[in-house]
Write a protein that binds this ligand. Structure first.
Ligand code: SAH
Length: 343
């Protein structure tokens, strides 16, 4: 029988297990504290519980860990990209970036992705499986250990579609913010989605405090459906209604991500269509010059992103151009994993 992944369990689940073992309930809190505060990597490090309980735990449970397969440090800035090997030999990427206010970590939520966005490398090698909540937490723990830093912000913008792994992502958020454990404010967490509309409603209803980022990239249904298959399932009208609902329920402005692709989505008409689409939305637009993926033919420079920003501003839409960090180390999602699978 496969051992249970103890780092993905919440405190009530752990308490149940401990009580079934005939041990007092407070032991569960000790174990939970070892895992989520001391961040031990094995049962033997749980020195505050008896070896008898440790042995019992070892029989039915495992403490997962990740291994660094590759590490790429940017020469241009402080960005470091890690390729992590998961316990079953699969790989995911995690990117550590330095911002004015601290360290921000971009984590993956799935091995591969089903969404099929044409400009994205995560999709090329196809979808393999969801990450467990522990595998999301371990990307933070292992990177902090490797880099000797404390991460203050987390973005779910690595490989995978977080809203396609909804339950595990919700458990990850629960464990991350639990007052008995890691105590991270979810105001420092951003979840990015390509537009899985029903899950945006569910997320809004949970009022977690996270920031929602929506990958827009095109402002007409025709254009968006051509590069993002998800738009054929939920169109722009449905997506925008869901974003408005998210704002109404949470009071948090939605960020719209727009990867500028020269000659594809950066004309004056594109700017007009985007301004029209965002009318009435409490929104923030983030422009990113598209990262060149060698199998794909989309290009942009920082200059073209700034030119598009000016077009938007002349129409009264405020937008920022995201700093391109780690551009020399293929820091766009999925590029490193894809290369690893090829070699
Ligand atoms: N699946 C989620 C999160 C992962 S992708 C989503 O789609 O939002 C994280 C962000 O990187 C998304 O905005 C995605 O559209 C963008 N992205 C993917 N490939 C890119 C590329 N080659 N250049 C620039 N941005 C890219």
């Amino acid at each position: 029988m496969e051992k249970r992944d103890i780092l993905s369990m919440n405190l009530p689940e752990l308490q149940l297990v401990i009580q079934e073992m005939g041990e007092p309930k407070f032991r569960a809190k000790q174990i939970y504290h070892s895992l989520h505060v001391r961040k031990v990597q094995s049962f033997t490090e749980m020195t505050d519980i008896s070896s008898k309980i440790r042995d019992k735990l070892q029989t039915d449970f495992c403490v997962k860990s990740l291994f660094v397969s590759r590490k790429l440090a940017s020469c241009l800035d402080d960005t470091v990209k890690y390729l992590y090997r998961l316990p079953d030999g699969q790989h995911v990427e995690t990117v550590l970036m330095h911002y004015h206010h601290g360290w921000r970590l971009c984590i993956s939520t799935q091995v591969g992705c089903k969404m099929g966005c044409q400009f994205c490398a995560s999709t090329i090698a196809g979808y393999v499986r969801n990450l467990t909540p522990s595998e999301m937490l371990l990307q933070i723990d292992e990177t902090e250990r490797q880099a000797g830093v404390q991460v203050s912000g987390i973005v779910l913008m690595g490989i995978g579609e977080p809203m396609d792994n909804f339950d595990n992502v919700m458990r990850f958020l629960e464990l991350l913010s639990d007052e008995n454990g890691r105590r991270m404010s979810l105001r420092h967490v951003t979840i990015s989605t390509c537009g899985v509309v029903p899950k945006i409603y569910e997320l809004a209803d949970r009022k977690t405090g996270i920031t929602l980022a929506v990958s827009l990239h095109q402002s007409s249904d025709e254009g968006r459906s051509a590069i993002m298959p998800v738009n054929r399932r939920w169109n722009l009208n449905e997506l925008m209604e869901a974003c408005q609902y998210f704002f109404r329920m949470t009071g948090r402005r939605v960020t719209f991500e727009y990867a500028v692709m020269e000659g594809e989505n950066d004309s004056r008409n594109d700017a007009r269509a985007l301004a029209e689409l965002l009318k009435g939305q409490q929104a923030h637009v983030n422009l990113i010059p598209v990262n060149n993926v060698k199998e794909r033919s989309f290009h942009a420079t920082r200059k073209s992103a700034i030119a598009f920003q000016k077009k938007l501003e002349s129409l009264g839409v405020h937008a920022t151009v995201r700093r391109t960090l780690g551009s020399d180390i293929e820091a766009a999602c999925g590029q490193l994993r894809h290369d690893a699978e090829q070699s």
